[in-house]
Design a protein around this ligand. Sequence first.
Ligand SMILES: NC(=O)C1=CN([C@@H]2O[C@H](COP(=O)(O)OP(=O)(O)OC[C@H]3O[C@@H](n4cnc5c(N)ncnc54)[C@H](OP(=O)(O)O)[C@@H]3O)[C@@H](O)[C@H]2O)C=CC1
Ligand SMILES: O=C(O)CCC(=O)C(=O)O
Length: 476
Amino acid sequence: MEFRNFIGGEWRETAAASANINPSDISDVIGYAAESDAAEIDHAVGAAKAAAVSWSASTPQQRFDVLDFIGSELLARKDELGRLLAREEGKTLAEGIAETARAGQIFKFFAGEALRGGGEAMASVRPGVGVEITRSPVGVVGLITPWNFPMAIPAWKTAPALAYGNAVVLKPAELTPGCAHALAEIIARSGLPDGVFNLVLGKGKVTGARLVEHRDTDAISFTGSAETGSEIAATCGRLRKKLQMEMGGKNPMVVLDDADLDLAVEACLNGAFYSTGQRCTASSRLIVAGGIHDRFVASLTGRIAALRVGNALDRATEIGPVVDGRQLDKDLIYLDIAAKEGGQVFGGQTLQRTTNGFFLAPALITETNSGMRINQEEVFGPIASVIRVEDYEEALQVANDTPFGLSAGICTGSLKHATHFKANAEAGMVMVNLPTAGVDYHVPFGGTKGSSFGGREQGAHAKEFYSKIKTSYTFA
Ligand SMILES: NC(=O)C1=CN([C@@H]2O[C@H](COP(=O)(O)OP(=O)(O)OC[C@H]3O[C@@H](n4cnc5c(N)ncnc54)[C@H](OP(=O)(O)O)[C@@H]3O)[C@@H](O)[C@H]2O)C=CC1
Ligand SMILES: O=C(O)CCC(=O)C(=O)O
């Protein structure tokens, strides 16, 4: 299978290509992906710019029809495309199918948003003058996406961009070109005019960087690491370019003494380890009150030991592989750091399976404190640590002791503590008696502090980034 660029309505090959490897079985080459140079980005941005004006004038019905078509096809093909996702990213089959369905629902949601559009009209403070507040597209939007949600994140950036009338250049992660290619293939048949959506595959440092610095991209939406985000922010700041970023997390899950133990254990198991812990919303810090701590750790380690780690395409698998060798090395380095800092590591061994992949046993690190590196730096693997605290007040203080602020959870039977936590957790998303990861597709997604920058993604609030406001005064 060849994964090519899609520019100006044409599929294009490049001179170089890179192998797309299945992390569950490194002998399985899924295909070869275009390895683009900066000139491909220039070509794509040119095509987007040429198409942007007419798409900005498209009717709500045209936008609805395109987005609804894409959403319907993703939903109809969720099993097939979910399998591709599991094969190239390592998420389990069930998770791959659910993510593909979520991408379809996102397109359907923004099809509706295209119809809702809207603006405001109000009287001026001056007699005889009317004021209108209208929205128009931003123009050409560059989308840079990570490997961990290779279908849903391109969907939740592309769908609002098109719904609010923008032209798009998508640069997906090098590790997961197949999902982006499949999405582009559907978009190519959706009735969207040529050039409005363009796909460029290749290395981020070449293609992503070019997309950010290109003078004809009007806005950039990025999801990925804090390091790359900082580079992008510096360039966009220099060029005064509109920017939205979603970066890492070090998400706390507080478990109070009055929590339902089974519910808390399941929420932590899901939040910390599902999707191999490779979610920016993963519960990587479990902050547990002293009265429940030992029972919680005993129950959670029992559940962890029983998790079936293996080939993502095997229906019995609960935890798939780590995405690649580089991420596996990073996970192992952090387990070593945590042990040297005095943490007790349960699990965390590399595992041999019949298929040769990047398998890591989920790990729980106990006896940690908030200052340790394992509790301050994002790892992005099936690894969580436990911090023992005295009471709710200490739990809240520890929960907020992080440079990140994406998602935060609490397991408690106390309405008083849940209400206080919702108000005072320094996070963009707060979960009560639910895992920190796994969000709805129709409401805002994003964080505070070092996790996010520049406006929320998803839900109707996405319009703040993907459109610009004009205020018009009329004296008649
Ligand atoms: N918040 C989140 O959802 C995610 C966080 N991460 C964190 O990042 C760590 C490293 O993962 P990694 O995949 O390297 O993350 P990156 O931030 O490097 O990658 C995210 C996206 O940015 C692109 N990119 C890379 N360098 C540049 C650049 N200089 N300019 C513009 N775009 C660029 C990448 O392309 P390419 O793939 O070709 O390099 C990819 O499309 C993980 O261990 C995890 O901690 C990772 C993924 C998602
Ligand atoms: O938790 C989720 O549902 C979404 C997580 C996410 O967007 C991410 O990890 O990048």
